[in-house]
Ligand binder design. Structure first.
Ligand code: NA7
Length: 546
């Protein structure tokens, strides 16, 4: 490795600058730290939590579990790690994944490079030295050539402002800040606000435990019945033997899973075979139902309508009260045009006497008082309110840091005016700043994350290595490069069913509450990778290297 550029540069703080600062020790951040250390760089990670894991550290709510099926939700960079992994369930739960990430951290001796319990509050780029000055909430300042934000796309919890909510005398908790020592729910009266991926997991898990459960639903969700058997030894063996093949196929797949066959186009399946075709995919009990039904299910309204009706029937057959079933069934958008959650007993929970569906479209919440939640027509007395109300996705965690790029411009203000990135990893005007899981990449929303994290971290590392080897000071995308990517993103993503659905966390809202950008890049991993690889192989044509 060439001599560290940072060694020879004038540092505004007068101390020896770091080569890189990584923010976040979740799935992407740990791998990022590992890769940069492997380059021989001088790196420090700051992590807000007191442990590693990112979302798997924070989201310890009852029933928290990944929706990516075995063996795809794990790191891909080390065959040795695969040989040691001992997965227990097809869809591992929070505890299993958090343990795994801790094991990885220890195996690769990453922990001593991480400062825990510390938030980065500000990062300022200095034009003259080409260095970032990074400030933490502990008032520590360090300088670094490169700044990598692995802050996660689902960190910044969204709690709706509801009149009177501060007066509530019971326990109120957002799912992503679930206390380590758990919340006592046994026999309690509980309200869950939110019925998407998180709400569904919470509701199905706590229904048998709580006294009364009020499910506050604004938009019904399609959900696919998960099949979650325990993993047998022979499957672990098979997993290890298939490493190279799975790695190759998953990294070149549309969404980060390798399936055995390509789905047919809707019109290629005769009318009388379509039901059986969908049944066989449904029976897999995985997200195959989302991306693996028909090759054109994201684009062809007829295909989407057919799959939607199939899934609606699966809900109808599981909920005893037809009136409740109809309220749980989405009718104003198609299956797959929002994030599809998996469930495990969610719909059956509504057959229990202690579970009550509160349809917020009929009776919106008007107020929270000392004893519970008031809607337009009723008052629900509860001991616990669980907010499963989601996140400021993609940019929330990044915007919490006061980031100042060239000429002191604020990233938050820049994005408030116009949300833009180059392949979701860099922003024009912010040299040497990199990010994962940011908008306009498959990683933002439409990917089995370990695959996309792997690909993004590798690209970031190679780019840093390139600049470092060249002994250059900085790299940033030219404005034309960013414009070209944003135009491509809009052309590819907006016309799809996901693009047309204005109500999902895949789309940001403006200050006026109106839908703005679709953050999910819908062109698939292969196209995305091709563009990223193209930048790299052209030695970063379209980037300013100073
Ligand atoms: P989501 O997918 O953003 O879902 C949030 C849920 O909360 C959804 O049902 C919302 O209803 C509901 N919500 C949000 N605000 C309100 C208010 N004010 N009143 C009533 N209901 C509300 O978050 P999740 O945590 O479930 O999932 C996020 C991702 O994390 C997920 O895709 C996984 O990959 C992990 P709405 O649909 O907006 O009407």
């Amino acid at each position: 490795m060439a001599q560290s550029q940072a060694d020879t540069q004038q540092d505004p703080l007068g101390s020896k600058p770091l080569d890189a600062v990584v923010v976040g020790a979740g799935l992407a951040g740990l791998y990022q730290l590992y890769r940069l250390l492997q380059l021989g760089l001088n790196v420090r990670t700051f992590e807000a939590a007191n442990g590693v894991g990112g979302v798997w550290f924070w989201n310890r709510y009852p029933g928290a579990r990944v929706d990516s099926h075995f063996p795809f939700y794990q790191y891909w960079f080390s065959k040795e790690l695969w040989d040691e992994s001992d997965w227990k369930e097809r869809f591992p739960g929070q505890v299993e994944i958090e343990d795994y990430l801790n094991r990885v951290c220890d195996k690769f001796e990453l922990r001593r490079h991480i400062t825990f319990g510390t938030k980065v509050t500000q990062a300022k780029f200095d034009d003259s030295s080409g260095l970032w000055t990074i400030t933490t909430d502990g008032n520590e300042q360090v300088t670094a050539r490169f700044l990598v934000l692995n802050t996660g796309g689902l960190f910044d919890a969204k709690i709706p402002k509801i009149s009177g909510q501060e007066r509530f005398s019971g326990v109120a908790v957002h799912t992503s800040h679930w206390p380590r020592d758990q919340v006592d729910l046994a026999g309690k009266r509980v309200a869950v606000i939110g019925t998407a991926a998180t709400g569904i997991q919470v509701i199905q898990t706590i229904a048998p435990i709580v006294g009364q459960l009020f499910v506050m639903q604004r938009t019904p969700n399609y959900a696919v019945a998960m099949k979650n058997p325990t993993i047998r030894q022979d499957q672990l063996l098979q997993m290890r033997q298939s490493y190279d093949d799975l790695r190759e196929r998953a990294h070149n797949s549309f969404g980060g899973f390798a399936y055995d066959e390509m789905p047919p186009l809707f019109d290629e399946v005769p009318d009388d075979r379509r039901e059986a075709h969908l049944r066989s995919i449904w029976d897999d009990g995985s997200l195959k139902m989302w991306g693996g039904t028909f090759a054109d299910s994201f684009f062809n309204p007829q295909a989407a309508a057919y799959v939607s009706e199939f899934v609606r029937d699966r809900i109808r057959e599981r909920v005893r009260d037809p009136a409740v079933a109809e309220k749980l069934i989405p009718t104003d958008y198609e299956f797959g045009s929002r994030r599809v959650p998996l469930e495990n007993g969610y719909f059956e929970a509504f057959n229990r006497n202690n579970v009550h569906l509160v349809d917020l479209r009929e009776e919106p919440i008007t107020e929270i008082d000392e004893t519970g939640i008031k809607t337009a027509t009723a008052h629900y007395e509860v001991d616990v309110i669980i907010y499963a109300t989601g996140f400021d996705a993609g940019i929330g965690a990044i915007n919490r840091i006061d980031i100042r790029g060239r000429n002191g411009q604020s990233l938050k203000q820049h994005w408030d005016r116009s949300l833009r990135t180059t392949v979701g990893m860099q922003v024009h005007g912010f040299p040497n700043l990199f990010m994962t899981m940011a908008p306009f990449a498959p990683a933002a929303a439409l990917c089995n994350y370990p695959i996309c994290a792997d690909q993004q971290v590798d690209w970031i590392t190679d780019t840093i290595s390139f600049v470092h080897q060249k002994q250059a000071r900085s790299i940033e995308p030219k404005v034309e490069t960013e414009n070209a990517w944003m135009t491509h993103h809009e052309e590819v993503s907006e016309p799809t069913l996901l693009g047309q659905n204005k109500h999902s966390w895949y789309r940001k809202l403006g200050a006026d509450g109106r839908p703005r950008e679709l953050i999910a890049y819908v062109g698939g991993i292969p196209t995305y990778k091709m563009v990223c690889d193209g930048y790299r192989s052209s030695q970063y044509q379209g980037f300013e290297i100073r």
